[in-house]
Write a protein of this length. Sequence first.
Length: 408
Amino acid sequence: MNVARYISQKIDGGADSGSFTSSVTKIAIISIAMGLAVMIVSFAILQGFRNEIQNKIFSFGAHLQISRYDTNNSLEVAPIPGPRLVRQLHDEFPEVQSTQPFAVKTAIIKTPDEVMGVVLKGIAETDGPSPMRQNLVAGKFLSFPDSVASDDVLISRKVADKLRLKVGDKTLFYFIQNPPRIRPFRVCGIYSTGLDEFDEVYVIGDIRQIRELNSPVWADSLVGGMEVVLKDFKTIDATADRFYERLPYDLKIDKITDQYAQLFDWLQLLNRNVVIFLILIIFVATFNMVATIFIMILERTNMIGILKALGATDNQIRRMFFFRGLSLTVRGMLIGNAIAVGFCAIQYYFHVIPLDPENYYMDRVPIAWDPKMLLILNGATFAASLLAVLIPTYLISRIKPVVAIKFD
């Protein structure tokens, strides 16, 4: 029988609920539980927030964009051959998950009451559904007939509000070119990302409309560029370098992290703030555990002296308090995990905490489930708590039996 564990269990079960040690013990359990719960919830919200923002950005620009080098500053660039580039990307780069062609053209939308400049972005779902579908809030997504270009467009909620348009309305697009052209389009759907960089600028349409507007210069196989989605976003830098080495010299590679650097820098800043916050929480929980063990040792000084007089070694007594601290740590972690998982589940399924989309880019607090991070946080809390338990137990070796037995 493990004597240290047995005595520890007896101390645990026989503690007077009105004693000072009992109160401090409860405080230690609560501090560990709340500290772990706050860490889990913070990481779940941070990861959910990052995922939501990144998905909104990726829905417009994917991970990488390939287009032709151009010396002018216009959004409209020289075309590139789409099918040949797609074959090369899928054949030579296993990191590529999907590709989508696109082209852009500036336009002016005119309604009976308002005029607004926009960028018409033409897309084609040649390699699976467009990620833009996730941003649809009203109406339906674009249709892509086989024979003719679709007259449907998606507009953002901001554009719809400014121009007083709704699903099903028809409006005129004026394209400033030589010669100028006018095209009637029907609003088939309304999207919203919450990101002003997109919502105030882009209208989504069929890429064949842009080919027709640019005809006869653009053939049916030409595109303005290619959006590339990678299997793993973390490989974006290495993959972009490989693209530079192996793709034709007249093509340029734009990383989404460079195009919207301010947003990704902002997310990195959030990461640093949360890390500092979590370190402070772990420190507080650890300090409370150290104080609790110190108080337990002081209150049990007589018992320590008697055990030493009976022949108990310092290591045996130290293990007794170690098991006591281990019991408190496990209880606190179980309670903390229950609180955190329960809160995250309620928010994930019922969206009880809303957000202002104007300020936070989304209408609710997002939650991301990451089992790996959950294990890391539990492991870090467990390790820090055990270290906090071990530090004060070395005080036991300085306690003299004769003095301890007389201690009151």
